[in-house]
Design a protein around this ligand. Structure first.
Ligand code: HEM
Length: 433
């Protein structure tokens, strides 16, 4: 290839930047996202990371992102083999390419149609209502734990037609948490191959198999995603897709909602504005029928949350053969990290990129260009659940603010890279209104 350069490498960073990058790893790989910011400041929007044998190209420029997600997407596979997600999800929508992937996506698409989402809204409101009954009148709430229950239960009610609760939820939770730890970054990244799926994950698999068996006996109308899967695939493939969707469809929303609560609790002005808006809105069915334009401040808070802390902060790919992204060579077989996180915090394009400022989304405000804001990815393999996720987040946040006053404790809060980029450390203070 002519006129194409090798990307700059992190081992070429000046020693001070190298030390700053190392300091960001004081919490282990959970802080790796900060190291990426240091590297970008020193090397630009396309660079190669160097950690032993782990040498992915990180891309954050709109041009490179457009090429990888759209124009040249056929040159990249979605999941490098050796990735734990491949071992856990086997042959699901998230880890296959080509026709196999496209068929699965087409089978599940009807579950996300607007009419289905209208029905889903009422279910989400019921679930959040039930969950908030369990919150203290005045006390502390661990946001990630609380939001995980809401998002997991809402996902299963809407997409599996299953009412997960009580002892069954408690029994399956350790399996779910083990699965999330397993697919998150860890030493396997350096080795290039994940170890075996931990035994504890069987608690989650058993739950999924139980729900699948139950739904076969109790098919419902209209067909849920699970009915669509059961009508098309054999039971092993249904297991793969159902497990994948359960994780992709709730862990992301868990992260977004818990960040939104923490960020609001730390921002008195936006907390007051969002609470006022929520408290003017109806509850119950009336709330379920509201769209994003009816709750513009809450919508802006959620968009800004996704900008600052995108739950899926990076799209992992592998180049199938040598190619070029934004003028830089990518070797055949090389891992590529599409950094949505860096793109959304780029000081050359976003004003005050590290500030939580929902105002940038109000009064016609939006992203500073195409492929600069990608919380749901981009191109034909963007997030299939984005519309549901937006609806769910809006209703949950509005209902929490209708029923509770929020404040923060002094415990420090930071981001941690697990299966998603989620808030860790901080506790929320809540008081029932
Ligand atoms: C705030 C919530 C969510 C966020 C931030 C999010 C983010 C994303 C992103 C960034 C991608 C593309 C990843 C890449 O480029 O590698 C993606 C894909 C995907 N998401 Fe979501 N997601 C959310 C909610 C959901 C929900 C609710 C569902 C299902 C109910 C879902 C199912 C999926 C699936 C199946 C894919 C893969 C699509 C394909 O390969 O064709 N997501 N999501």
């Amino acid at each position: 290839m002519t006129g194409v350069k090798a990307p700059p490498r992190t081992d070429g960073l000046p020693p001070t930047a190298g030390l700053r990058a190392l300091w960001t790893l004081r919490y282990g790989t959970a802080g790796l996202y900060e190291a990426l910011e240091v590297a970008r400041a020193g090397l630009g929007e396309v660079f190669e990371l160097g950690f032993g044998g782990f040498r992915p190209v990180v891309v954050a420029s709109p041009r490179a992102l457009r090429q990888a997600l759209f124009e040249r997407r056929e040159l990249f596979s979605w999941r490098p083999e050796g990735d734990p997600a491949v071992r856990l999800f086997r042959r699901s929508i998230l880890v296959t390419d080509g026709e196999e992937h496209d068929r699965a996506r087409a089978v599940m698409a009807p579950a996300f149609e607007p009419e289905r989402l209208r029905q889903a809204a009422a279910v989400v409101v019921e679930v959040i209502e039930e969950e908030l009954e369990g919150w203290p009148t005045e006390g502390r709430v661990e946001a990630v734990e609380a939001m995980r229950r809401v998002a997991w239960r809402a996902f299963e009610r809407v997409f599996f037609g299953y009412d997960l609760r009580g002892a069954e939820l408690e029994r399956s939770l350790p399996g779910l948490l083990a699965a999330l730890r397993y697919i998150g970054p860890g030493p396997w990244v350096l080795r290039g191959r994940a170890g075996r799926v931990p035994r504890r994950v069987r608690l989650l698999e058993a739950h999924v198999r139980h729900v699948v068996a139950w739904r076969r006996e109790h098919p419902g109308e209209p067909a849920t995603m699970l009915d669509l899967l059961l009508g098309t695939f054999d039971l092993e493939r249904v297991r793969d897709h159902a497990l994948t969707m359960l994780i992709a469809g709730h862990d992301t929303s868990t992260a977004q909602l818990s960040w939104a609560l923490h960020l609001l609790a730390r921002s008195p002005e936006w907390l007051a504005r969002a609470s006022r808006e929520a408290r003017r809105a109806p509850a119950g069915e009336g709330l379920a029928s509201l769209g994003a334009h009816d709750l513009p401040v809450i919508d802006a808070v959620l968009k800004e949350t996704l900008r600052l802390w995108p739950p899926i902060h990076v799209g992992g790919r592998r180049a199938l053969r040598e190619t070029e992204l934004d003028g830089y060579v990518v070797r055949g077989g090389q891992r590529v990290m599409l950094s949505y996180f860096l793109a959304q915090r780029d000081a050359a394009r976003w004003a005050a990129p590290r500030a939580f400022d929902p105002g940038r989304w109000l009064e016609g405000g939006g992203p500073p260009g195409a492929y600069t804001y990608l919380p749901f990815g981009g191109g034909p393999r963007n997030c299939i659940g984005a519309a549901f996720a937006n609806l769910e987040a809006r209703l949950v946040l509005a209902r929490v603010l209708q029923r509770f006053d929020l404040a923060v404790t002094r415990r420090p809060l930071r981001g941690a890279m697990g299966a998603t980029l989620e808030p860790r450390g901080g506790l929320l203070k809540v008081r029932r209104r």
